[in-house]
Design a protein around this ligand. Structure first.
Ligand SMILES: Nc1nc2c(ncn2[C@@H]2O[C@H](COP(=O)(O)OP(=O)(O)OP(=O)(O)O)[C@@H](O)[C@H]2O)c(=O)[nH]1
Ligand SMILES: [Mg+2]
Length: 617
C-alpha cells in the first residue's frame, strides 16, 4: 500500500501575473529580506532578469529558478514571464511548483494574461496566494481589484479550496506585504509566512524509487547539458547510475556527473537531494523537457508535461542577399540548423522542421514577439540569415480548416473606438463585450483570428495616438473565418545596387514612408520604403542630381529629409508580405523582396504569392 508523506522542509512556488505586475521585483524583496543579501549589499534591480535582452527590455523572457530560506524552510521560487508569447514558460514552471503566488496590479486589476496563467494554475490543481501589488500607486483601487479577482476565480471554475485563497497587499518595490491595508509594516515577512503556512509542501511516496520530471534544460560549458526538475519520489546522489525515459519510451542510461540545488540565485553542488526538491542534474546529453529520469532497477514513467501547441510559424533561410557574409560570423545553412535545433531543446514552445526542397527551416512558436526575441538573440551571437512573414498554423478537422483565435482586450479613449473597431471588423474580429464606465476610456473585448493581429499592434498604436492598451491570449482553434487583406500599402523597391542619395530620396518621399537614409547601401530588390498605394514600385534610390551650368546658387542643394525611424525586428516582421523577407545580420536589418530581380518578379503571375496571409509554407 502506498503512503503519502510531506516534505515539510521545502515549498515550491511559481510567481505568476500579467506582464509588468511586479513579479521579478517582488523576488528581489524576498532575496533581500530572507537574509540572502548582506545588509547594505548593493545589487542591481530585478536580479532574476539576468539575460541581456531581459535587462534591456525590462521584461522577463525565460522562467528561472532560485530559492530563499525562511524559518528553516527552503522555498524554491520560479519567476515566470508575464508576456503572453512566453506562456509555455509558465506551463513549464507550474510543473515544478506545488503552489503559486498570483500578483495583480492594484490599479490595473486582472488583465488577460492574469486569466491565462490563473487558468493553467487552477487546472494543475495548485493552491494560490493572491498578492495585490503596487498598492503605493496613486490610482490603486485594491478593494475593487479584489472583487475582480474573485470574479475571475469563479469564472474559471475554481474549486472551493482554491477560491478560499489568502490575500496580501504589497508594494513589492518597497519590500512591503501585509494582510490588511490598514496595518503598518516595513517588510514582506507575512508573505513569506503565508507561503510556508498556506502552500502545501511537496508530497512523495516513500515506497517508490527515485523519479524526476525534466521541466527545464540548461547548458554549461564544463558540464554539458543540464536537466532541471522536481524530484517526485525517492532521493538522488552524485554518481548514481540512472535512466532517462524519452518520448518514445526508450531508456537512455546516464550517470549523474554532478548534482546541484538552487541556493539563492546560484546553483550549488550537493551530495544528495530528497523528494520534493528541485535539482539540476548533469550527465546526460540526450534529454528533452518532459522526459522522466529514474532508476535503472525500477523505471517508471511520469506523465509528460503538456504544453499548448505553437500557433505561428516562420521560415528561416540563409542570407542570399548580395551583402551576405559581410557582417555575420555564422552564415551557412548547417550552422543555422544547429542553432535552431539547440533552441528547440532549450525552449519547449519552439519547434523546427526542415524544408529541404527550399533549403530552409520552418520555426514554430507562440507569437511574433517570441520569434523576434529568438532572432535578436541569434543575431547577437553572430548569425546572419533571412526570415519570412509569420503565418498562423492551421489545423484540419473533418475536412474543415481551423484557425487559431485570440481573445483580444482593448482599452482606449472613446474617440478612437470607431477606427479600432472598423479595422478589426475588416479582419474578421467580433466584438464580444464593451464596457464604458463614463471615464472617457472604454474597454472592448474581441474574439479575433490570430492572423488579424500579426502586425496589427503598430497600426493600433497609430490609430489610438499611442494611448491605447492592447492585450490578447490564445483562446483555441475555431473554424476559418475567411480571407482578408492585412496590408493596404505596397513596397518601394530599389531597382539597382548603390548607396541611397539624398536627391533621390527627397523625390521619393512623396510616394510613401522611407526606410533608408542617404549613404545607406542598397541592392536590387531591397525594400527602401512603404508605398502609399497597394502596389510595389521599382525606383532608383541612388539617382544623383544632374549638375548643369544653370545652378541657382546653392538653393536646392541642401535637401531636408524626414528623419527615418530605425527598423526594429518587430516592425520588420509586421511589415513584410508573403513575397518579402527580412535580412538579419549582427549589424543590419534590411527588408527585401524574396526574388531580387525586378525583371523576374514582373514576369511572375500576380497570384504566384497569395497575398492573404495564408500561403502554405
Ligand atoms: N509603483 C510600483 N511599481 C512597481 C512595484 N513593483 C514593481 N514595480 C515596477 O513595475 C515594473 C515591472 O516590474 P517587474 O518586476 O519587471 O515586473 P514583472 O511582473 O516581473 O514583469 P514581466 O516579467 O516582464 O512580466 C518596473 O518598472 C517596476 O519598477 C511596486 O510595488 N510599486
Ligand atoms: Mg519579470
Amino acid at each position: 500500500m502506498s503512503r503519502i508523506i510531506e516534505n515539510k522542509d521545502i515549498r515550491n512556488i511559481a510567481i505568476i501575473a500579467h506582464v509588468d505586475h511586479g513579479k521579478t521585483t517582488l523576488v528581489d524583496a524576498m532575496f533581500r529580506q530572507s537574509g540572502l543579501l548582506r545588509a547594505g549589499q548593493v545589487v542591481e534591480e530585478r536580479i532574476m532578469d539576468n539575460m541581456d535582452l531581459e535587462r534591456e527590455r525590462g521584461i522577463t523572457i525565460a522562467a528561472k529558478n532560485c530559492s530563499v530560506s525562511w524559518k528553516g524552510v527552503k522555498i524554491n521560487i520560479i519567476d515566470t514571464p508575464g508576456h503572453s508569447d512566453f506562456g509555455a514558460e509558465v506551463e513549464r514552471a507550474l510543473s515544478m511548483a506545488d503552489g503559486a503566488i498570483l500578483l495583480v496590479d492594484a490599479s490595473e486589476g486582472p488583465l488577460p494574461q492574469t486569466r491565462f496563467v490563473l487558468k493553467k494554475t487552477l487546472e494543475a490543481g495548485l493552491k494560490v496566494i493572491v498578492v495585490i501589488n503596487k498598492i503605493d500607486r496613486k490610482d490603486a483601487r485594491p478593494g475593487q481589484v479584489l472583487g475582480e479577482i474573485y470574479d475571475l476565480f469563479i469564472d474559471l471554475g475554481a474549486g472551493d479550496d482554491q477560491i478560499d485563497f489568502p490575500v496580501l497587499y504589497a508594494a513589492g518595490r518597497d519590500g512591503i506585504a501585509k494582510r490588511t491595508l490598514e496595518e503598518e509594516t516595513d517588510n514582506i515577512h507575512q508573505l513569506l509566512d503565508a507561503i510556508i503556512d498556506k502552500i502545501p509542501p511537496p508530497v512523495y511516496d516513500p515506497e517508490e524509487p527515485f523519479q524526476m520530471l525534466v521541466s527545464d534544460l540548461g547548458y554549461s560549458d564544463y558540464l554539458g547539458r543540464l536537466a532541471v526538475g522536481k524530484i517526485i519520489n525517492g532521493a538522488v546522489s552524485s554518481n548514481r547510475l540512472l535512466v532517462c525515459i524519452n518520448r518514445d519510451g526508450e531508456h537512455v542510461p546516464l550517470k549523474v556527473t554532478k548534482l546541484q540545488k538552487y541556493e539563492g540565485i546560484f546553483c550549488r553542488p550537493a551530495e544528495s537531494a530528497s523528494a520534493g526538491d528541485i535539482v539540476v542534474l548533469a550527465g546526460i546529453d540526450d534529454v528533452k523537457i518532459g522526459d522522466t529520469i529514474c532508476t535503472r532497477e525500477h523505471p517508471k514513467t511520469l506523465e509528460r508535461i503538456f504544453i499548448d501547441e505553437p500557433t505561428i510559424s516562420m521560415r528561416f533561410t540563409i542570407n542570399d542577399s548580395p551583402f551576405s557574409g559581410q557582417e555575420g560570423r555564422f552564415v551557412q545553412s548547417p550552422k543555422i540548423r544547429e542553432r535552431l535545433l539547440k533552441e528547440t531543446l532549450m525552449n519547449v514552445a519552439i519547434q523546427m522542421e526542415e524544408d529541404r526542397e527550399h533549403d530552409s527551416y520552418i520555426v514554430k512558436g507562440r507569437g511574433e514577439f517570441q520569434m523576434a526575441i529568438l532572432i535578436e538573440t541569434m543575431r547577437r551571437e553572430g548569425f546572419e540569415f533571412c526570415v519570412g512573414r509569420p503565418h498562423v498554423i492551421y489545423k484540419y478537422e473533418k475536412g474543415k480548416r481551423l484557425e487559431p483565435i485570440e481573445r483580444l482586450f482593448i482599452d482606449c479613449e472613446e474617440e478612437f473606438l470607431g477606427a479600432v473597431t472598423e479595422k478589426l471588423a475588416s479582419r474578421k474580429a467580433r466584438m464580444t463585450d464593451l464596457v464604458n464606465n463614463g471615464s472617457g476610456r472604454i474597454r472592448v473585448e474581441f474574439s479575433a483570428p490570430s492572423r488579424a493581429l500579426i502586425g496589427y499592434r503598430d497600426e493600433f498604436l497609430t490609430d489610438t495616438k499611442g494611448s491605447g492598451v492592447m492585450n490578447s491570449y490564445f483562446a483555441g482553434y475555431e473554424e476559418y473565418r475567411g480571407d482578408f487583406s492585412t496590408r493596404f500599402t505596397g513596397s518601394i523597391v530599389a531597382d539597382r545596387p548603390g548607396k541611397a542619395v539624398a536627391y533621390a530620396l527627397c523625390n521619393l518621399e512623396a510616394r510613401g514612408r522611407l526606410f533608408v537614409k542617404p549613404g545607406d547601401p542598397g541592392y536590387e530588390g531591397m525594400i527602401v520604403g512603404e508605398h502609399n498605394r497597394d502596389d510595389d514600385i521599382n525606383v532608383n534610390h541612388s539617382k544623383e542630381k544632374k549638375l548643369s551650368n544653370m545652378r541657382a546658387a546653392g538653393k536646392d542643394d541642401a535637401v531636408v529629409l524626414t528623419p527615418v525611424e530605425p527598423i526594429t525586428i518587430e516592425k520588420a516582421l509586421s511589415f513584410i508580405r508573403d513575397d518579402e523577407m527580412v535580412e538579419i545580420t549582427p549589424k543590419s536589418i534590411r527588408l527585401k523582396k524574396t526574388i531580387l530581380s525586378a525583371r523576374i518578379r514582373n514576369n511572375l503571375k500576380p497570384d504566384s504569392f497569395a497575398g492573404k496571409g495564408e500561403t502554405p509554407l
